[in-house]
Design a protein around this ligand. Sequence first.
Ligand SMILES: [Zn+2]
Length: 233
Amino acid sequence: MESPLTVLPRELTTEVLGRVASSSIADLYNAKLCCKELFGAAEEEYVHKQITLDKIPIIQWSEDRKISDFLNKCRQSRNPEALFRKGVVDYFGGKDVSDAIRCLQEASKSGHSEASYTMAVIWLFEGGESSKQKGLKMLSGMQKSRIQKRRIKNCRERLESIVVNILVDNASILKQQPTCCVMGHQRKKRRFYWGEEIDEDDNIACDACTCDEELTAIRKAIRWTTTAYAAEN
Ligand SMILES: [Zn+2]
């Protein structure tokens, strides 16, 4: 019997599948098994661009051909999360750094906030006055309101959670940490309430101080190898 889905315009089927894909990879997989129309539509780039990668670990400890082919397809379909992951892992791992930056910039342009945060941090780490200004502008633009500041915290925690699992091998990150604030501001005493920092923003003297805090946090997440640590210290 002919599937009733054949009467639906193909664009509508892919649109629906794109929505399914953005919330659950398992639901997409089940939909694919329904009929060959859905199977075909699920293979389209549009659907791969929307797919959530929540259930797929960022670091693959053992080579799984199926997963790496799937992630490749997501990247080719310009899936922002897939581009972000590739960008972070390759940049911090010191592998094809210019391509890693391109991936992160593309993810950032499509509205991936963790990619934007990571790009800002990278500009700051890269050093040089123009890179520093770019990073500073990006980070301060990202935290104008309290909600945005909370989002920055989430971005930082996400980046830390990836960096901690990577063997960092990028000279820009491993060299001495650049200083963003040239005013010599000191961080005010931190105040805590039930383990939670209160008035976190009030402790920071200027935008450049905020950037210094971000760089310190990311560097703290690095697992230093003996050689990298010896070169740095
Ligand atoms: Zn300052």
